[in-house]
Ligand binder design. Structure first.
Ligand code: B3K
Ligand code: ZN
Length: 871
């Protein structure tokens, strides 16, 4: 496939100032008429041909300034419409295309989901609706007329504000006309038509604009939109208060659809969502679902400024909107919930998804330099590492300068398609600081490593930290990166506040050379350093520290993240030690004692945090840490053994915690962070109890499944039971399926839980479930819940040594590729760490990848991932 390179960017030769679309919806024969006001771009090449992008399009009619165009004056193919000699002045092109939304299984462009017409245009779906300059730096003002059969689509929605609607006399059809005054790239276009219920709320912006907020959902489910609707209002308010950004239209609509390739889409004024991230009720949604809804609603809303008002010049700049918007939604959730707890969650996600990506064959810079298929670059690196870069910038320049720089970025670039350079320039202008070294974070792949050693000078009462940074995977010529190290010193009894260093500013040391040292004075005794507080940089830290020192941090650090990290490090060391055959029993018992003291101290005052401390590093965390010759079965066993040992040692406390945290009977459900935290700790306790004593665990879990009054507890019980083979598990699974047979989002959980069972029979079970009447390859959520969970969240079974797990994933990818390449390609990322496996599994994974790559007729999406994975 042709490769697109950042260095080849040049402005478009033409611009499209206005778009008037007339869309007559029909299940199989939708007619789209586009009137485009085009003119030569002064910044482009004079006299260049006009080449409009298309994808699978069928042209029906074409006119220039109202006159049909002679066949000799243009060339047309499904993938392009070319006018070799367009007028060298402004002109209007009228293009009529026809399409079949029902046959659109790629879910890009205009399609039908459960009878609802909807669109997805990012990154390049608009070209499946009409011929266009489908690139983010061509901004146009859109007016959209949507027409449909009134009974089939009583609700018709477009971008912007509604300006007219009515019946079409003498027919069963109606229409509405929407106008969006804000110039936007085609990827932000959207329309919706269908039978939908809605819930609304009024909102007045800080500028005094009255806005109607509305969430549209499947008929009968309106009350499940309440949480999302409230999250919209809270997001709007927060963006005003924290970033000074107000909403800019009279309506803000969110529509939930059940077939969607990703989480949601920030179309201007008309966000379209995977219904998984909208619909919530205590009976059907877990606390994690509520939190994800809040975060994704906020994320898409925040794009209104970071993405829509200021968009990207080209797709290489994707992190400009995505990394920044993830940072913004993380800050929002931190303000809504517990900051420490949220930060730990962010880092867990980064380590689980971005670190392995950055260490494997799919690694790429946060701003990639080339791509074959842009839809494969909506990655953890662009999103999560992109957000970390913004956070580091704030740490380096301070909160006040950060806010001022953001204000400047928004005001100086409003209405434009910008680059990473524009973003950094705003902060340079505000601080007078040169950020060209900092910009290196965008340029090369790989997670930096920082080796640290500490040296105490008893006589001088000083403590010196020596830092050395390396950049694995970044290339031999890679310069150092600018690494903000937030840190402090801890003594046996608590923080050493008297220790100071002139090299620290607000507790931050800036490591911007390959090697550097930092010296503290006034250090009364050998301290324990608390490094990278709050995870102040996305790096791996190597520092030899014994368990006792780490447990001092767990006890005394003032930084919540590092208290959690200390426990994780000890647990990880115990498990990797066991894998190497070391005797770790004594260490495990000391760890258990420290955890016990920690629980006595803090479990009831901060249950959400305690739940995170009890959750040991995951199997994939350990695999990532080990880094080579990975045997997932051995990792699983080591982890199970430590959980069992901790569960045994802490048994009395865990039972007591479960009792202390039990909801009083009849208490109303609340999804707030405090209630969710209590549930999380109760369920973390259940997990350890069951690991230590499967019989007792099965009894407790079974009782919890039967008596739960909310989905969090029911599912947690079922997840615990899922790890315990036997009749109670199968009976509970069957009862669950029956109870939720008509709740697709809950059935997804049922499919997922079974796909994650770490037992030999799971491959066969998943194959059986693929034949279940409720399984459908056409529904991305269903595919992700069954096959995605298997491939991405069941390390022992996906990586089976005999290759049976790889074969299952391979067959699914190949089957799915024929209808929905984007989702197929996403599944394939499960193979991203294949080179780090032990030889037998590595060989099996490689042959699966080769089999995929050798398949004729592969999509560009899958071919790209397979090719890069092997390359
Ligand atoms: N911008 C969309 C993602 C589009 C993915 C296209 N393959 C959702 C988001 O990040 O907010
Ligand atoms: Zn986004």
């Amino acid at each position: 496939p042709p490769t697109v390179r950042l260095e080849d960017y040049r402005p478009s030769d033409h611009l499209i100032d206005r778009v008037e679309l007339d869309v007559r919806l029909d299940p199989h024969d939708t007619r789209v008429t586009a009137r485009l006001a085009i003119r030569p771009n002064p910044a482009g090449r004079a006299g260049a041909a006009l080449v409009l992008d298309g994808d699978d399009l069928r042209l029906v009619a074409l006119a220039l300034d109202g006159e049909p165009l002679a066949p000799a004056a243009f060339r047309v193919a499904p993938s392009a419409l070319t006018l070799p000699e367009p007028p060298q002045r402004p002109f209007t092109l009228t293009i009529e295309t026809r399409l079949d939304p029902t046959a659109n299984t790629k879910l890009m462009g205009l399609y039908r989901s459960n009878g609802v017409y909807c669109t997805q245009c990012e990154a390049d779906g608009f070209r499946r609706i009409t011929y266009f300059l489908d690139r983010p730096d061509v901004l146009s003002v859109y007016t959209t007329r949507i027409e449909a059969e009134a009974a089939q689509a009583p609700v018709l929605l477009g971008n912007g504000n509604i300006i007219e609607s009515g019946r079409i006399e003498g027919t069963d059809r109606h229409f509405s006309i929407w106008h969006d005054p804000h110039p936007k790239p085609a990827y932000l276009f959207a329309l919706v038509g269908g039978r939908l219920d809605r819930m609304t709320a009024p909102f007045t912006t800080m500028e005094g604009r009255a806005v109607e907020l509305a969430v549209y959902v499947e008929p009968g489910k309106a009350e499940r939109a309440a949480y999302a609707l409230d999250a919209v209002a809270r997001s709007m308010k927060w963006d005003e208060e924290v970033f000074g950004r107000a909403y800019d239209l009279d309506v803000f609509n969110v529509v939930a659809v059940s077939d969607f390739n990703m989480g949601a889409m920030e179309n201007k004024g008309l966000n379209i969502f995977n219904d998984k991230y909208v619909l919530a009720s205590p009976e059907t949604a877990t606390d994690a679902d509520y939190a994800a809804i809040e975060a994704i609603i906020a994320h898409e809303y925040f794009h209104n400024w970071s993405g829509n008002r200021i968009t990207c010049r080209d797709w290489f700049q994707l992190c400009l909107k995505e990394g920044l918007t993830v940072f913004r939604d993380q800050e929002f959730s931190s303000d809504m919930r517990s900051r420490d707890v949220h930060r730990i969650g962010e880092v867990r996600t980064l380590r689980a998804r971005q670190f392995p990506e950055d260490a494997g064959p799919l690694a790429h810079p946060v701003r990639p330099k080339l791509y074959a298929e842009i839809n494969n670059f909506y990655t953890a690196t662009v999103y999560e590492k992109g957000a970390e870069i913004v956070r580091m910038l704030r740490t380096l320049i301070g909160e006040r300068a950060f806010r001022a720089g953001m204000d400047r970025y928004f005001s100086e670039n409003d209405g434009t398609a910008a680059t990473v350079e524009h973003f950094l320039k705003a902060f340079e202008a505000e601080t007078g600081r040169d950020l060209s070294d900092f910009a290196e974070w965008y340029e090369r792949p790989g997670t930096p490593r920082v080796a640290v050693s500490g040296h105490y000078d008893e006589a001088r009462k000083t403590y010196r930290l020596d830092f050395r940074q390396t950049r694995p995977g970044a290339g031999a010529d890679a310069p150092p990166v600018v690494i903000p190290v937030r840190l402090g010193l801890i003594g046996a009894e608590g923080p050493l506040d008297g220790a100071t260093s002139p090299q620290l500013e607000d507790g931050v040391f800036v490591l911007d050379a390959p090697e550097a040292s930092l010296t503290f004075e006034n250090v009364p005794a050998a301290p324990v350093p608390s490094l990278f507080r709050g995870f102040s940089a996305p790096v791996r830290v190597d520092m030899a520290m014994d368990d006792a020192d780490r447990l001092t941090l767990l006890r005394h650090d003032t930084d919540g993240f590092n208290r959690w990290e200390a426990a994780q490090r000890v647990a990880a060391r115990l498990m990797t030690g066991a894998l190497r055959g070391e005797a770790t029993e004594a260490g495990a018992d000391a760890f258990a004692a420290a955890l016990g003291a920690f629980l006595d101290d803090r479990a009831l005052s901060d249950p959400a945090f305690a739940a995170l401390v009890l959750a040991l590093p995951s199997e994939s965390d350990l695999a990532d840490e080990i880094g080579a010759e990975i045997d997932p079965d051995a990792i699983f066993s080591a982890r199970r053994a430590l959980r069992a040992r901790l569960g045994t040692a802490l048994s009395a406390r865990l039972h007591a915690l479960r009792d202390a945290l039990a909801e009083p009977a009849g208490a109303p459900f609340s999804p707030d962070a405090a209630s969710a935290g209590r549930r999380a700790l109760r369920n973390a306790a259940l997990d350890l109890i069951a690991a230590a004593d499967p019989i007792q665990g099965a009894a407790l879990a079974g009782a919890q499944v039967a008596s739960a009054t909310n989905m969090t507890d029911r599912l947690a019980g079922l997840s615990t039971l899922a790890l315990l083979p036997g009749e109670p598990r199968e009976a509970a699974l069957a009862a669950f399926a029956e109870r939720y047979a008509h709740e697709p989002l809950v059935l997804d959980k049922w499919f997922a839980i079974q796909a994650m069972i770490p037992e030999d029979g799971t491959v066969e079970r998943v194959r059986g479930l693929q034949a279940h009447p409720a399984f459908a390859m056409t529904n991305p959520n269903r595919v992700r819940s069954l096959v995605g969970s298997f491939a991405l969240a069941n390390p022992t079974q996906f990586n089976r040594a005999d290759g049976a797990g790889f074969a299952l994933a391979t067959e699914t990818v190949l089957a799915l590729d024929r209808t929905n390449p984007q989702v197929a390609a996403r599944l394939m990322t499960a193979f991203g760490s294949w080179r780090r496996l032990e030889p037998q599994r590595r060989a099996a994974a490689e042959s699966a990848l080769r089999r995929i790559l050798a398949t004729p007729g592969l999509s560009r999406d899958v071919a790209d991932i397979a090719g890069r994975s092997l390359g």
